[in-house]
Write a protein that binds this ligand. Structure first.
Ligand code: FES
Length: 102
């Protein structure tokens, strides 16, 4: 099910924002090359909100214990994060970013 998440310009290049849909948190990323990605909004370690973390080199660093994930694949990059993030397909139509949250 595709749902509107945000506007293209809501996310700066090389950054992340948090969006909420139907009570569920998601993180939406924009790469330096203007590709968009989406993951679960909470860290798999202790459920910290990832939108408050630092984006660098294709990864999101959790603000709580500094665990890192690839934001394109959700892959956990090592302790303390051992469980990958769920990722969601993203499409851009006009100036709107949609997530497939099926
Ligand atoms: S809550 Fe994210 S690394 Fe611990």
């Amino acid at each position: 099910m595709w749902v509107p998440a945000c506007k293209r310009d809501d996310v700066d290049p090389d950054d992340v924002i948090g969006v909420e849909y139907d009570g569920v948190d998601y993180a939406v990323f924009r790469s330096p090359g203007d590709e968009y990605f989406a993951t679960a909004g909470h860290c798999t370690h202790e459920r910290e909100l990832l939108c408050d973390g630092l984006v660098m080199d294709g990864e999101i660093e959790c603000p709580k214990h500094l665990g890192r994930f690839s934001y394109a694949t959700g892959e956990a990059q090592g302790a303390p994060v051992l469980v990958d993030l769920k990722t969601y397909p993203v499409k851009v139509e006009g100036d709107t970013i949609y997530l497939d949250i099926t």
